[in-house]
Design a protein around this ligand. Structure first.
Ligand code: APR
Length: 238
């Protein structure tokens, strides 16, 4: 039984931003049906054609910054949980949008990086960006030319802040996975980490994910309905 002092770890995927108008990757009409991930989400693809990669992320960045793309009730509910749950709530997102921040979440890890940041391939400096990025851009810190890339983790690269994520999974009493298909590791393996450490595990998704059988509890339906209701249930335990 969950105590108010207990730590909660939440993992989100593209499904939580779907009702804000952002595409998922593997659902019908998803991103990987329109462009090959090998071409735009691997270091090899970037080396082969950096212009194509910049165009891909520039299009997604422009889409994210459109006026009608806003956090939805699921993002808002997770920010409320962080504010009102007495114990620590760590939100780990696979998403590179900034909708969790805009909803007010603060204790947040972007394990796959962020669309609104660029990174210098030479000195590693990270800068906020809202405009298009191109191979002509140079690094404001070290001056390297044509080395600025999206601060996004590509397939074959190490996700960010993994040690902090595993430390939190090792001491969490509740692990909640929201809006992810469970196709991509290491995120898809977090539920096993949580189970090994005795956490109660819950999946909220539109349909069963690849790892559905690993969860103690499953709640299926659109995130904007399921997540606020789940957060209400948790806050009633205080
Ligand atoms: N509410 C809840 N869940 C939803 C909704 C919704 N409205 N719409 C879709 N979903 C679910 C789908 O059922 C699917 O299981 O969201 C999940 C999205 O799965 P993916 O498209 O595979 O996205 P994700 O799991 O975040 O992908 C993980 O793969 O391509 C890489 O780096 C990329 O971070 C991404 C990672």
């Amino acid at each position: 039984m969950l105590k108010p002092s207990d730590r909660i770890v939440i993992l989100t995927g593209a499904g939580i931003s779907k009702e804000s108008g952002l595409d998922t990757f593997r659902c019908a009409g998803g991103v990987w049906e329109r462009v090959r991930l090998e071409d735009v989400a691997t270091p090899e693809g970037y080396a082969r054609d950096p212009d194509m990669v910049h165009r891909f992320y520039n299009d997604r960045r422009r889409g994210l910054l459109q006026a009608d793309v806003r956090p939805n009730a699921a993002h808002d509910a997770l920010a409320r949980l962080e504010r009102e749950w007495p114990g620590e709530v760590l939100l780990v997102t696979q998403n590179i949008d900034d909708l969790h921040e805009r909803a007010g979440s603060r204790n947040l890890i972007h394990m796959h990086g962020e669309l609104l940041k660029a990174r210098c391939g030479v000195c590693g400096a990270i800068t906020e960006i809202r405009a298009d990025l191109s191979v002509e851009d140079d690094c404001a810190d070290c001056g390297a030319v044509a080395e600025m890339r999206p601060h996004v983790v590509w397939f074959g690269e190490m996700p960010l802040e993994m040690e902090r994520i595993y430390q939190n999974l090792a001491t969490s009493a509740l692990f909640v996975s929201i809006g992810t298909s469970g196709n991509v590791y290491p995120a898809a393996g977090f539920v096993q980490e949580a189970r090994i450490n005795g956490a109660h595990t819950v999946e909220l998704n539109l349909e069963p994910s690849e790892g559905a059988t690993l969860f103690d509890e499953k709640i299926y339906g659109p995130a904007t309905g399921a997540v606020p209701a789940f957060v209400e249930r948790l806050l009633a335990l205080r």
